[in-house]
Design a protein around this ligand. Structure first.
Ligand SMILES: Cc1cc2nc3c(=O)[nH]c(=O)nc-3n(C[C@H](O)[C@H](O)[C@H](O)COP(=O)(O)OP(=O)(O)OC[C@H]3O[C@@H](n4cnc5c(N)ncnc54)[C@H](O)[C@@H]3O)c2cc1C
Length: 410
């Protein structure tokens, strides 16, 4: 297993769950065994004593309970697919029979970001600790990118009473991932919470004194005073080490997989944020999904397939699902918004259901504060349910107020 994140961990657990007793090695670039990332932009940033993450399993548990050789703080730098061996950053070579790539993604960076202290991309526990330290010190906060992670950080900073500004280069943030109408609802959530959101503007440079951030200079010439800038402008698959191999990659660097998570090279499998996978339920669309449940499900399936001898490999059966919490609201999304028309059912903000239509079918759904509805909509999408029935269901739920209203403590 290359990559000590959620997908790698679930692969190990699944492999051992089958009773397989062969040798397993986990190579991870971070110093810690796998831990949970979603809290890093949520509870981890809240005021209070918590300041370190708890791994899902300790190194001792991985070794003793799951029989895994654990090599942490070490990167895989290359693969020789003919000899079936990996080049590690400490100079060692490691042979494999089956290889599972679960290296996740890296936060995208802006020019100049690394040379100024106080400018942080949020991906690891170290990044989160740095963000938290600045929040603890009462930083003036600028968030670059109104995506889900940036919005969650804005929410955490606001909850501490700090001054927060979000900037985004798009006219309506999140349009590409969830469509324009949901993007507009998200804009409203920020504004209703009292956060300033400036759109259609980017970062020209970071102003600093003595190497420390003092402000974010925008492309319109203005400057926002800041002690902390969190750069949340998306992530790219961590596959640089595969670029000279035979493993087929998509243009974004993600790995081309079949619906059994096999890559183009026999004996190599991929799972999680790195994998582009065809979803039969969406007409074979190849999707690369950066969501927690996706990494967990794919990790387990790819792990089992990697040790399977003869017989048909297992295929993915889940569909994309994610959640995000901001300003006391819970957003949940299931399915796809790719090539769809979106229709809002409900008040057009908290309490709404948004359905995504392709032809006469429902292929996606988003809810705000309607936790009781999302899994029911998921079942309709998986069952290739009709559009009209989905609209009828959602309208009834919204109009009679049913479904668990799920506003979180602000
Ligand atoms: C701050 C934050 C909040 C999030 N919130 C949500 C949420 O609310 N809901 C949701 O659905 N999803 C959320 N996500 C996304 C979710 O956490 C990811 O989709 C999931 O972690 C992906 O798991 P993975 O195992 O594919 O990759 P990762 O978790 O990224 O793990 C990959 C591991 O591989 C290591 N690695 C990389 N390259 C190498 C190499 N060459 N050699 C060895 N090791 C390497 C990395 O260091 C890392 O430890 C969030 C992500 C972040 C960063």
């Amino acid at each position: 297993m290359v990559g000590g994140g959620l997908a790698g961990l679930r692969a190990i657990e699944a492999v051992r769950g089958t009773g397989w007793r062969g040798s397993l090695t986990l190579v991870g670039a971070e110093d810690h065994p796998p831990y949970d990332r979603p809290p890093l932009s949520k509870s981890f940033l809240a005021e209070g004593p918590l300041d370190q993450v708890t791994p899902f399993r300790s190194t001792v548990q991985l070794r003793e309970e799951l029989g895994t050789d654990v090599i942490l703080g070490t990167r895989v730098e290359g693969v020789d697919t003919d000899r079936r061996s990996l080049q590690l950053s400490d100079g060692r070579r490691l042979a494999y029979d089956s290889l599972l790539v679960a290296t996740g993604s890296n936060a995208r960076k802006l020019d100049g970001q690394d040379s100024v202290s106080g400018v942080v991309g949020l991906r690891t526990d170290r990044d989160a600790a740095e963000v938290r330290r600045h929040l603890d010190q009462g930083a003036r906060v600028v968030i670059v990118g109104a995506g889900f992670v940036g919005s969650e950080v804005a929410s955490a900073a606001l909850q501490r009473g700090l001054h927060v500004t979000i900037i985004d280069s798009e006219p309506v943030p999140l349009t590409r991932s969830v469509g324009r109408q949901v993007g507009e609802m998200c804009v409203d959530l920020h504004r209703a919470a009292g956060v300033e959101l400036r759109t259609e503007v980017g970062v020209a440079s970071f102003a600093s004194r003595g190497g420390r951030l003092t402000g974010v200079v925008l492309t319109d010439g203005s400057e926002l005073p800041a002690d902390l800038a969190v750069v949340g402008i998306g992530a790219t698959p961590a596959t640089h080490w595969l670029t000279n191999s035979d493993v087929a990659l998509e243009a974004d660097g993600g790995i081309v997989c079949g619906d059994d998570l096999a890559t183009s090279v026999p004996g190599i499998w991929a799972a999680g944020d790195v994998a582009h996978v065809p979803y039969e339920v969406f007409g074979g669309d190849l999707l690369r999904v950066e969501h927690w449940t996706n990494a967990a499900e794919q990790g387990a399936i790819a792990g089992r397939n990697a040790i399977r001898g003869e017989g048909d490999p297992e295929k993915i059966s889940g569909i994309p699902y994610f959640w995000s919490n901001w300003y006391g609201h819970r957003l949940q999304f299931v399915g796809t918004s790719l090539r769809t028309e979106e229709v809002v059912i409900g008040p057009g903000g908290p309490g709404s259901v948004v359905l995504y239509r392709r032809g006469d079918r429902i292929v996606g759904a988003l809810t705000i504060d309607r936790g009781g509805d999302i899994m029911k909509l998921r079942r309709r999408i998986v069952a290739r349910g009709s559009w009209d029935e989905a609209v009828e269901f959602a309208t009834a739920r919204v109009e009679d107020g049913s479904g668990t209203k799920q506003t979180l403590p602000a």
